[in-house]
Every structure is written in C-alpha cells, then in structure tokens.
Design a protein around this ligand. Structure first.
Ligand SMILES: Nc1nc2c(ncn2[C@@H]2O[C@H](COP(=O)(O)OP(=O)(O)OP(=O)(O)O)[C@@H](O)[C@H]2O)c(=O)[nH]1
Ligand SMILES: [Mg+2]
Length: 133
C-alpha cells in the first residue's frame, strides 16, 4: 500500500476561504504538522500534497490549498492554482467557518436577493447584496 504511486491514489482536496482551518484539518487528518497553521489569512500559498493511508479506505493523497478568496496579483495566481486542483481532484472537502454565512452561487454571480443562506442552521435571507438583480 505504501508503494502505491501518487498518480494511482484518489486525490482529496481541501478548499475554502482563507483562514477557515484548511491546514488545521489536513494536519489533524495526517496526525503531523504537514502544513503551516496561523491566524494570518493567506498563510498557505502553494498547495501541500500529502500521501497517506486513509483507513479503511486505503492510499490517498490529501491536498491543502490556498484560500479561494485570496486577493491581489499573487492571490489571483494562488486562486488559479487552487481551482486547477479542484478541477483535477477526485473528492473536494469544503471547509467553512461557521461564523460566516454560506450562500449558494449561480455561475460567477452573487446569489440574488431572497436566496436562502445555505447554512441549515440560520436560513436567513441573503442581505449581502440586496441590490443584485
Ligand atoms: N476556533 C477554531 N479555530 C480554528 C479551528 N481550526 C483552525 N482554527 C484556527 O484558525 C486559524 C486559521 O487556521 P488555518 O488552518 O491556518 O486556516 P487556513 O484555512 O489554512 O488558512 P489559509 O492558509 O490562510 O487559507 C488558526 O489560528 C487556527 O488555529 C477550529 O476548528 N476552531
Ligand atoms: Mg492554510
């Protein structure tokens, strides 16, 4: 099992906004500090690939990624890299900070007014962009 080539292992990517705990999750799953954790948003820049035995499933590759809300010139490049991994991976884990509401999006546009929050707990109306057509 340990000799399973990386290309043959299912790839499990960890995605989400900055500072939501993606690197903390990969460290917890692996049981080692494979990724740097800090309270500074944008700590993870390049993706971190970690082959592990995920019992009882078997050999997989876990991937920690940069935040999908990264900003600036370099931030856009990091986002692009994260999205490339999202397109290639077999399983995507979305990490979400429960302090923020989660909205459904249609394509690249913000959810229209009246869209329910995706959070099963609150279900409040979307007030983030009330003027969006
Ligand atoms: N309260 C709380 N804090 C957490 C939890 N998981 C992580 N944190 C804290 O949240 C901060 C960000 O954690 P990271 O794991 O670095 O988050 P990240 O999503 O990898 O951040 P970026 O690499 O910047 O995108 C750190 O201060 C962590 O200690 C959690 O489950 N609960
Ligand atoms: Mg990180």
């Amino acid at each position: 099992m340990q000799g399973t080539p990386r290309s043959l292992r299912p790839h499990i990517g960890i995605f989400g906004r900055r500072n939501v705990g993606k690197s903390s999750l990969i460290n917890a799953l692996v049981g080692q500090e494979v990724a740097i954790v800090s309270d500074v948003p944008g700590t993870t820049t390049d993706p971190v690939f970690k082959p592990i035995e995920l019992l009882p499933f078997g050999p997989v590759v876990l991937i920690d990624t940069a935040g999908l809300d990264d900003e600036g010139f370099l931030g856009e490049l990091r986002k692009k890299k994260s999205l490339e991994i999202l397109n290639r991976c077999d399983v995507a884990l979305l990490v979400w900070d429960g302090k923020n509401r989660l909205y459904f999006r249609a394509g690249n546009s913000e959810a229209p007014p009246g869209t329910k929050c995706a959070c099963p707990r609150c279900g409040e109306q979307n007030r983030r962009n009330p003027s969006t057509p």
